[in-house]
Design a protein around this ligand. Structure first.
Ligand code: BEZ
Ligand code: FE
Length: 277
């Protein structure tokens, strides 16, 4: 097709797509072209703005490496991550809600025995975490695999500290036969998501703060159950209403109770959804 104009180009692009054996890819690409073109028409995108966007995305890619995932961060601050989580994790009432995965999970975290210390020297106030993992009928989920990770009191995950040679404030545990777990760690504090890259520029340009309310990440896996990726948030945090990545769920906020001896106790039970339920 020659001589496309601002109205006919959308159909021209759609017609150019040939046979697609993957029907889902066809659905996604068709919708993407429609929405992208409508967006450009809607804002009357200038060539300078188009180039600015290309340069922004280029910098976003160039900021990524094996420890830094700027594209996930971009998805997070645009609410796309939480939208995808919300659409794909509609569970029966009573199940623990899912929230964003974030960019700081690491495979093969150190194995920690029940009662052991996940902090491994990370700076922060001592905290003891306990709870139980059950199914929707209240049945224990025996020996569930539990991954935990968190920032330290200075607001950094271990992967943000290039000087560190070992993991800190992350670990992999196994619940006991009754679904119960407990471990030592440090008290989670609110922290800003990284702002030294293009996502930080975007937040500043749009008048947004970068803070996440204090939270502890969990990913819980057990055969016969859907994997749960979630956080437990700390009640009273000033950023619970304005999380930079829109991840807060009322049901995930818990009291972290400071004890006279200086320890802080957090108790939280998780309800997993049976798979194929
Ligand atoms: C996190 O909680 O680790 C996180 C989530 C989204 C963006 C940045 C950090
Ligand atoms: Fe986090």
């Amino acid at each position: 097709m020659k001589n496309v104009d601002q109205n006919t180009i959308t159909q021209a692009v759609l017609e150019r797509m040939g046979e697609m054996p993957d029907a889902r890819l066809k659905t996604i690409m068709t919708s993407l072209v429609h929405h992208l073109h409508d967006f450009a028409r809607d804002v009357a995108l200038s060539e300078e703005e188009w180039m600015q966007a290309i340069q922004f995305l280029t910098r976003t890619g160039q900021t990524c490496d094996d420890k830094r995932q700027e594209f996930i961060l971009l998805s997070d601050v645009l609410g796309l991550s939480m939208l995808t989580v919300a659409m794909n994790n509609q569970k029966p009432a009573g199940c623990t809600e899912a929230t964003v995965f974030g960019p700081f999970f690491v495979e093969d975290a150190p194995k920690v025995a029940l009662g052991g210390d996940v902090a491994q020297g990370a700076p922060g106030k001592p905290c003891t975490v306990s709870g139980r993992i059950v199914g929707t009928q209240g049945q224990p989920v025996a020996h569930a695999q539990i991954e935990v990770w968190q920032a330290d009191e200075e607001g950094f995950y271990d992967v943000q500290r290039p000087d560190l040679s070992a993991s800190q404030a992350r670990g992999s545990l196994q619940a006991d036969g009754d679904g119960r777990f407990h471990f030592k760690t440090i008290v989670a504090e609110a922290y800003p998501i990284p702002t030294d890259g293009p996502v930080g520029d975007l937040l500043r340009a749009t008048g947004r703060h970068p803070w996440r309310p204090a939270h502890l990440h969990f990913m819980i896996k057990a055969p016969g159950f859907e994997t749960l990726t979630t956080h437990v948030f700390r009640n009273g945090d000033q950023y619970l209403e304005s999380d930079a990545v829109f991840g807060v769920r009322e049901s995930l906020i818990a009291d972290w109770v400071e004890q006279p001896d200086g320890d802080t106790l957090l108790n939280f039970d998780f309800v997993l959804n049976e798979s194929n339920a």
